[in-house]
Write a protein that binds this ligand. Structure first.
Ligand SMILES: Cc1ncc(COP(=O)(O)O)c(C=O)c1O
Length: 408
């Protein structure tokens, strides 16, 4: 038995391919390509690993994880994450409605972003969410006045600018803003600042990036203490690579290094929060696609492209020729999509099989995070989407009936 793409739910057994416990042949008999498949057992494995690592490393502090819905907001996925006892990190009203609908308790929901509409604030206060995340000091007064109407004290998480080069997101605590913040806190009794958040980047594959983020938290906490603001909780955001890319022992090392760094910088906190998106859902998603054209110079064209597998998603894409899975994948091949522009390149000089034929079935892995989010409406239909768990396959999206994955 051999795992494909390091994923225990994509297997080759005696030359036959299985997706979880289902033979590939059966899937291809029942579905046409392109098809998106989401591996529920892989999701459960990722959720369990993350929780066991961070609970054990931060055993003396309370760790809590909030799934970043933007990575993949299919209701079936969000519901499974809720059932595994995670909270939700949301950016907008449609996500809030979804989170409540799939049963996230409001005290496990944190919500906010660069744009907080009054409707969003009102719905969040009304639902009694755990925290509203504020990227802009002006929002604090609006939240206060809405909380006052509900006779409620709203907990606030301050998103600070991580000082990553060029980042425009989050509050910069310069002298002016500190004076303003102090005044706002003194004058607005229906808000309480409980948490500080710094999210540095996505696909962070070396500890230096996490360290810079922790340094940003330390610098900002120091500034906040100058105006006598004590913050109880720290939130380090998301940014972890796919679970098949960062294995459990590496995640453990990372967690230990994060903890050591926090101790070295003498950061005091009661709770530590993370908001993973990609780590949970990245490697649960695969596309089954086929070669529709073999071009010159070892270029192949698949029946998916940047419309559904966008560069913005920053997935760790891997490609396997399932029709020739027993052949070595060691011939440089370039892989293009179906959008009629030369920009639609999925990979250049990727190691693939020597023989390339139209109708070859190609597996694209690590496409569970941000592909649907950043997908576009170039005039091709979405693929069907299925979940697989053990020997069960369930179609959850059919473009001819459902049309669109947008949240309302
Ligand atoms: C504030 C915040 N938290 C969490 C995430 C999730 O990041 P990732 O999917 O890389 O874990 C993002 C992604 O952009 C984010 O902006």
């Amino acid at each position: 038995m051999k795992f494909i793409s390091g994923n225990p739910f994509l297997k080759k057994v005696d030359g036959k391919i299985y997706i979880d416990s289902i033979p590939l042949e059966r899937i291809l008999r029942d579905f046409r390509t392109p098809l998106m498949i989401l591996l529920e057992n892989k999701l459960i494995e990722n959720l369990t690993t993350f929780k066991s690592v961070f609970n054990s490393v931060f055993s003396n502090k309370k760790f809590e994880g909030f799934y970043s819905f933007k990575a993949n907001f299919l209701p079936e996925i969000c519901e499974l994450i809720r059932a595994n006892d995670y909270g939700a990190e949301l950016v907008g009203l449609p996500e809030l409605k979804l989170a409540l609908r799939v049963g996230f308790p409001s005290n496990r929901i944190i919500i906010g972003g660069p744009y907080l509409s009054k409707d969003l604030i009102q719905a969040s206060v009304e639902a009694k969410v755990k925290e509203i995340i504020v990227y802009n000091l002006n929002d604090l007064k609006i939240i206060n006045s809405i909380a006052q109407q509900f006779d409620f004290i709203q907990n606030i998480c301050l998103r600070v600018n991580s000082h990553k080069f060029d980042s425009r997101l989050g509050i910069i605590l310069n002298e002016n803003n500190l004076i303003r913040l102090k005044q706002i806190v003194n004058e607005n009794n229906n808000i309480k600042i409980t948490t500080i958040l710094s999210h540095y980047s996505t696909q962070m594959n070396n500890f230096e990036q996490y360290k810079k983020n922790i340094q940003s938290i330390a610098d900002n906490l120091k500034k906040l203490s100058k105006i006598n603001l004590t913050i109880n909780n720290i939130n380090l955001g998301g940014g972890f690579p796919e679970a098949t890319v960062i294995k459990k022992d590496q995640l453990e090392n990372l967690a230990i290094n994060i903890k050591t760094s926090l101790e070295e910088l003498e950061i005091d906190y009661n709770h530590i929060y993370f908001e993973p998106g990609r780590y949970f859902v990245g490697d649960i998603g695969v596309f089954l696609t086929k070669v529709v054209k073999v071009g010159e110079n070892r270029w192949i064209f698949l029946n998916i492209g940047n419309n559904i597998c966008p560069k913005f998603a920053r997935c760790s894409l891997r490609f396997y020729n399932l029709s020739k899975i027993n052949e070595p994948h060691n011939y440089k091949t370039s892989i293009a999509g179906i959008i009629p522009t030369d920009q639609d390149v999925l990979a250049k000089n990727y190691f693939f099989t020597k023989n390339l034929d139209e109708e070859d079935i190609v597996l694209v892995t690590n496409v569970g995070a941000y592909t649907l989010t950043f997908s576009n409406r170039f005039p091709y239909p979405f693929p069907k989407i299925c979940t697989i768990q053990n020997e069960n396959i369930k179609q959850i999206f059919d473009p001819s009936i459902d049309h669109d994955i947008s949240l309302q």
